[in-house]
Ligand binder design. Structure first.
Ligand code: NAG
Length: 362
């Protein structure tokens, strides 16, 4: 690979000549990076999910069709222990085909060679994996902590978690709505604000003794942080965008499903369901109106829907990152611990030990 790619180590000679090329004609270099990217995006869809060691191999191999292994990932990588403060769980999908030696054809290998590395699948994801516990992900580097399956929050705790989450997602989404540079991310289908509105109403109907609490400290703190990070610049903000949405779709979803099972008798909240926006494939900037959608039952088709939505967003973020300087990229990567700390803080509402007295109905 003699292309100028920010996160691939190259011989110093090559690096020097590429650096020169960047300086003299940044536009041209970007074009070179972008041109082969279409076949790359498809392989990237898998790249995020596999172990770093295998990631590169899979990038080489996974082009044009996406083998799907429904259910495999959740059985193989249960984040059986998460604890507040260190809780985001970035999707880790294991794709057996990408790990098996059998599937690489020469054509795929060629395609692989042309693909520039993804910012998200590369350094950004690696930074997140460093903060995973070992039981959350095989690449996790942190010791295992109290499993979320041992958490025993009450309905009011769940309500508080939803209220705080809504505050954070609403802030993220308002930032996207109101920031010109983030226009491409509008109407991505990942938005959670409207879903959380419905869920809060659902809980109120379910248990009339509940009320909607004020946003708690974790939610307020994260929303404030998001606004100040947006002021610092798009790359820094994008770390939070990435980690929040992607973690919610994986570990967050797994925790949520359990909460819905234990607290709501299996009623899966909209927060944990994704629907294909009608216009998603038609036009990027056409907004999707969640209100018009019907609940998708058990959400059994969710896996492929959410994967599609994430892939689309990943592509957009990677494209944004192509125009970032090395320094901006590094700033984005360095923001990961904050995203974990503040995002994980929200889960403190759920990470309650079982109550001593049997007074709680749940
Ligand atoms: C963002 O814009 C969309 C489309 O106009 C709108 O439906 C949504 O409510 C907005 N989100 C927020 C949080 O303001």
């Amino acid at each position: 690979m003699n292309r100028s790619t920010p996160f691939v180590s190259q011989s110093s000679q090559q690096a020097a000549s590429d650096a020169h090329a960047r300086r003299s004609s940044r536009r041209q270099v970007r074009q070179r990076l972008r041109l082969p990217s279409y076949c790359m995006w498809i392989s990237l869809i898998l790249g995020l999910w596999v172990k770093p060691a295998a990631a590169f191999r899979s990038l080489l191999r996974t082009a044009p069709s996406l083998p799907r292994h429904p259910g495999t990932w959740s059985r193989r990588t249960p984040p059986s222990s998460l604890s507040p403060g260190l809780q985001l769980h970035i999707p880790v999908h294991h794709h057996p085909t990408s790990l098996s030696a059998a599937s690489a054809t020469e054509a795929e290998a060629k395609r692989e060679k042309r693909a520039p590395p993804s910012f998200i699948n590369g350094p950004l994801r690696r930074a997140a994996m460093k903060l995973h516990t070992r039981d959350q992900a095989k690449e996790g580097e942190q010791p295992a902590q109290t499993p979320f399956t041992k958490w025993a929050p009450g309905l009011a705790d769940f309500m508080q978690f939803l209220v705080d989450s809504k505050h954070v997602f609403e802030t993220l989404e308002r930032c996207v709505n109101e920031t010109a540079e983030l226009k491409a991310l509008r109407g991505s289908g990942l938005e959670r604000t409207a879903a959380l509105d419905r869920d809060v109403r659902y809980l109120l109907e379910l248990d009339p003794s509940l009320s909607v609490p004020p946003v708690g400290q974790p939610g307020r703190a994260y929303a404030e942080l998001l606004l100040s990070k947006l002021d610092e610049g798009i790359p820094v903000f994008m770390n939070h965008y990435y980690n929040t949405y992607f973690a919610h779709s994986a570990g967050g979803r797994m925790i949520g499903r359990r909460m819905c099972d234990t607290l709501l008798g299996g009623h899966l909240l909209h927060f944990y369901r994704w629907e294909q926006p009608d216009t998603h494939t038609a036009t990027e900037n056409h907004h999707h109106h969640e209100q018009g959608h019907h609940a998708s039952g058990s959400g059994s088709g969710d896996r492929s829907v959410i994967e599609g939505l994430l892939a689309g967003v990943r592509e957009k973020i990677d494209r944004m990152a192509l125009s970032w300087t090395e320094e901006e990229k590094q700033k984005c990567i360095d923001e990961t611990p904050n995203a974990f700390r503040y995002g994980g803080g929200l889960l403190s509402h759920l990470a309650k030990p079982p109550k001593e007295s049997a007074g709680e109905a749940v």
